[in-house]
Each structure stands twice: as structure tokens, then as C-alpha cells.
Unconditional design. Sequence first.
Lengths: 120, 674
Amino acid sequence: MAKILVADDSASMRQMVEFTLKEAGHQVVVAEDGQAALNLARGMTADLVITDVNMPNMDGITLIRELRALPAFKFTPILTLTTESTTEKKMEGKDAGATGWIVKPFNPEKLLMTVNKVLG
Amino acid sequence: MAIDIGQFVQTFFEESLEGLDIMEAGLLALPPGAVDMEQINTIFRAVHSIKGGSGTFGFQDLTAFAHVMETLLDRMRQGQMDVTSEAVNTLLESVDCLREMLVAARAGAAVDNDRVEHLRERLHLLLNQVNVAVSEHTASPSPVSPTTTPPTGWRINFQPHSDLMHNGNDPVRLFRELSTLGELTVRCDPRQLPHLAKLKPEDCYLSWELELQGTVSHEELVEVFAWVEDDCDLRIEALAKEPTASNPVVARTPGEEGQQGELLLERRKSEDRRQSDRRGPAPADTASIRVGIDKVDAVINLVGELVTTQSMLSVLGVDFDMSRLDKLHEALDQLDRNTRDLQEHVMRIRMMPVSSVFSRFPRMVHDISGKLGKQVELRINGEQTELDKTVIEKIGDPLVHLVRNSLDHGLEPPAERLEQGKPETGAIMLNAYHKSGSIFIEVGDDGRGLNRDALLRKGLDAGLLKPGEDYSDEQIHDLIFHPGLSTAAQISDVSGRGVGMDVVRRNIQDLGGSIQIGSQRGQGTQITICLPLTLAILDGQLVSIGQDCYIIPLLSIVESVQLRAGSVNRVAGRGEVLRFRGQHLPILRLYQMFGAEGAVTDLEKGLLVVVEADGRQVGLFVDDLQGQQQVSIKSMEKNFRRVPGVSGATILGDGRVGLILDISGLIRVNNAVT
């Protein structure tokens, strides 16, 4: 069981990701934008962070940069949820310090597969 | 583990429809030419979310359509494209289209494909306008796949850059994943490892030589290394079998082609998925309502109280004798109060701000004024006024009709307005407010007003009026509510053909309301809808007068002042007045009006609450101010009888009845007395 921080401004996505990860036995903390996720992160540790890229208040890219500046999240795997299939967008996340990405649309199986890959 | 994503589809529909409203409002507020980045970003995010969600939930047609819109908005966002009114209008139509597609998808119905295609073409056209130089996705021939027959294995030379682990990646994870594909042999090269004193524990110094046995495609390998391809040097070679098979392939950034292929594959997969999804969530009409958490908390609180009362009663019931009759009465009273409170708060859940109705008008006014070639500014006030959900649902159509009328018949074309010395841009006003325990909604315009002569003629022609008699303006204006009477010279497709206003009036009357029209030739028309709302919630200021508590609608309060000796004059015929901020403020001693006993009678010892109604101010003399709270209005007519100066009553927290003051009524009563 791992502790996973999920940030997405879309309620349906949040629900789906949360439900899927919880079904798989993980502990899930959700945030509805980057700022909320960062606020949460300041008071916790996590084994994995999954974040949307386009969010109000604080986007995913900024969130990743901010997280990497926190000692507790320096090496934590961070995955971006991105609809952008273009290299440029994936790389923007990578440059900010993301570990990898999950391309939307994805189904619960694909999500779990990727998460398991990261968590080992 | 199979997870049914159907259970989240409803949320997706709801948030997407909300997203579309956000887009619509954003697009309407977008000034042509100027680029408001934050605004465009908000619009972009909304369509982006819809695209992401629809893909995930298997609505590919939605994804494809949203994608084109997103691309267009992205161009605007990047400043590669101007925000033209043409683009905004096309996007607005696309929002409509997307909304229809969503609704259709929710109902499991089909959409008008021609329309979708037509709009998509228009969007593409817009895109291509800017795109002549930036040729998009020039389909390059797809690269020849490394080997025609899959090799029996691969040799991988993997040299991580020193910072590979800085973003959470880990070579071990890659190896573990490779080992799921086939038989993996790992040879580590530690030669770059520095002396311990110089070693930075966060850096990666090792490199590896890997051999993977098995029929694994090149794509699968690239996929494993996708996240680290920029953080390492990677050489992948097919294991030599044939003389020519040695085929070094440097890890390639997945190109556009590859991505499109991936998308296509995804699309096919999710189309299969959709077949099952469609059957999943029932397309039943599950209307939902968004409720503020405070309202829900209030209900939960009350249920808590109810439970307490219930346990009190059951304790009483265990061994009851007549000596405890008082206690029983007390508990039953409490139960009564709990039930009533609960009922009231549950009803409150149904109260929604009128903004949900008003929000459709900016778009409507934008569209219709464009069609009519008129310039219109829409001014909306009081959209937070709360109405019962049923009323909200039923008031929409009548309001649409009234606004259309104002746009079509009321407002003049710009040239005509200039001729008349009016500003070129006409105004349409939408107001909602509480007054005297009713809810008023006003639709007004500063257009040409009703043509009294034309109406009179029509009325005479139709035999509704008798020739030679004198009719008041009101009587004449009232004719527009008569079935079959339209003063429009020509019938347009924008507003009615004389079947409208009578229906509007009937709808309002069905809601227990009334409708009035005021109009001045050349200056405009104002239509006022009055909805009596026994359910309405009112923000009230509690004041004490003697033993009783009264409620003054917060909205009508200007300020409260303490009187000084000698500041009040008696004026013949006007009672007591206070010289207050340059005007004479009549003072109403409420304890006198309501015959309250034990109240403060000395003006200097109480408080004067200055209130305003119908454009007039008066000072209400009370003992003291108490708290402010939201009160639900109970009808006096229904429970007792009409009392002048009182618009309703409410039950206060301690169970007492508090009367809600009707300010304009009080002013009238006062005028009648003095």
C-alpha cells in the first residue's frame, strides 16, 4: 500500500483516479488544484504524486517545481496526467522535474499499470 | 481488477456542462482584439477538461470536437491568432454544439452529425487562416520499422546521465519492467564510480549493458525508456541473428506519426469500451441540484436535534405517569419545533440563486443583437436573489420572451437611436430583488417604449375598447397581454407573433405572481414580475421592541443611529422628524404602531434604524438591535390575516414568532396617519 497525492481540477477525473487507486489498496489524498495540493504536501509525505497539468490557481508544472523544492518531495515520483500527446508538453513536465506521464484518455487498468510500474 | 468507470460518468456530464457555461460566459466577456490571457486560459482549461474527460469515458466524438476547439483556443492563448468576433462567434456556436453532444451522449441519443461536421469545418477554416505558414502535422512518411520480422532479442546500452534520479526515476524500475517483457540479463559498468569522498549520493554514476531475450517489439522497448529518454544515452540493437540484422537504433523521440498511431489505437480500444459503457449508466433523467454545504449542515444539525428529542420522548415513555405530563408537553413542543425547522431547512435546499436563469441572457442578447444589427448592453442586478427551484425552472421561458421583446421591438437600431439623441448602445436591464415579502424580477429597456396610439387603434379594431371613452395608460398598456394582439409591424423570427405575452402572463399567474408593465414613449419599457414567495429566505436584522422581536429586511437598512437630545423636531402634519444628513427623516415609533408593551419610549434611550423603501427614507425607532440571521418568510395571509406594515412572520431560534416588517407598507401606514 502506498500513499498517493492526486491533484486534478476535474471532479470526474479525481473521483475515478481516487476510486481506482483506493480499490487497489492505496491511500489517496486528493486536491482540486495545484495550490491545494501544495498546501497538503507541506504537511505530509507521499510515495507518489499524480497531477493534472492544466489547473486553475496553480498549474501542474508549477506544482512540480514547488514540490521538488520541498525536501520531502525531492525524489518522490511525480506523474503528470496530460492530454497533450505532443513531446513538447510532456517535456515541459519533465523539465520541471516530473518522473513521467500518463496520457489521457486512460482507463483504470492503464492507470494502475503505470502506478505499479513506478511503485514497483 | 475491473473497475466500472460508468459510475463517474454522471460527474463528468455535470462538470462538463458547467465547464461549457464557464466557456460561454468567458467568451462573451472576451473583448474582441484585446487578449485577456487569464480569460482565455479559463476558457481553454474548460474545453481541455472536457476533452480529457470525454476521452477517458469513451465519448470519442466529443473528444475530437473538443480537440479542434482546444487547438483554436491554444492558438489564441499563444498569441498566434487574433481574437476576432468571427472566431468568438464560431466558438460560441461550438459550445452550443458541444453541449448538445453532451446532452445527447447522456441520454444515449444521436446528434446532428451534419451540424457537428459543419462547425468542425468552420473551426478548421479559422485554424487554417493562420496556418498557411505553420504547416501543421505535415504527414511525413512513417519510418521504416527497424526489422520486418521481430528479432529474438535486444542488446541495450543504457548510460544514465548523472541527474537521472533527480526527478524520481530509478534504473531499477526500468529493469524490473524490462524483465516483464522477456528474459533479462543485466551487466553493470561501475567504472565511472568516483572515490567515496567525491561521490554525490543523489547522482547516478553507473551504466548498464542489458540483454533482453524474447520477441519484443522495438516500440515496447522505447516505451519502457520513454520517461528517461532525455536523461540518458541509449543504444538499442537487435541481437544479431542474420548478417544484416544488426540494426542500431538510437532512442528516438516519438514523433508525431507515432503519436497519431497511438491515438488511433487508443480510439479503437475505447470505441470497444464505449459499447459497454453506453449500456452502463442509465440515461434516466436524474436531475441533480447543487447545494451549499452550509444548508446541508443545517439540516444535519436539525436531524441531530430531532434525535435528541426522540430519545427524550422515549425515556419519558418508559415509565410514564401523569406527574410528568408537563415534561411530555414540553418534549412534544420541542418535537413540533424540530419538525417545522427541519421542514423549512429542507425546503431551503430547493432555493437557488436566480443567477442560474439570468446567466443565459448574456449569450442570448449577444446572439440576437448581432442578428438584428443592434448594439446592446445587458445590465444584470441581484442575481444572488434566491428563488425556489420550481419557480426558477418555470420563470426562464417567460423571461426569455420578455428579453426578446425588448431586443426586437423595444430597442431601436443604432441610427434611429442617434437620431433621437440617445446613446447608440441600447440597454436592457434585468433586476431581481426582495421587497415586501415578494420577489420582484424586472426586465427593462431604454428603447422606444410602447406605442400608445397603435395599441389604442388595435384595441378598438379588436373591439376590446370602446370608441370615445377615455382610457388610462395602464389600461392601454395592459392590452399587450391580450391574446392575439401584437404591435410589431412585421413578424420577425426573433420574437413572437402575438401569442406571447398572454402566455407569459398566464405562466406568471400559475406561479401565483403578477406582472405589470410601465412604459414611456421614447424612453423605454419596464416589466415587473412579482412573485409572492412564502418560501423565500430573507436576510434579516432582528430588533427588539418591548418583549417582542421584529425583523427588518437587511437590504432595506441604511444605517442605525443613536439620537441625541433636542435633535428631533415636531413638524405639524408630519409628526416627529429628525434632521439627518441634510434631510428631514420622519420617525416611526414602532412600539406605538404595534402597541407593544414595556418598550423604550424615550427616544434617546433607544435606537433609530434608518431604512429605505420606494426611494424614501424613514427612521424606525426600536429598543435595541439583536443579531442578524436568515429567516424564512411565513405568509401572514395564510396563517392569520393581512396586517398592514407586516410582510410576513418567521419562527425564531427560540421558538417565538418574529414579525417581518414591510418597510414600504409601514411608510404607507405612516403617511395615512399623519
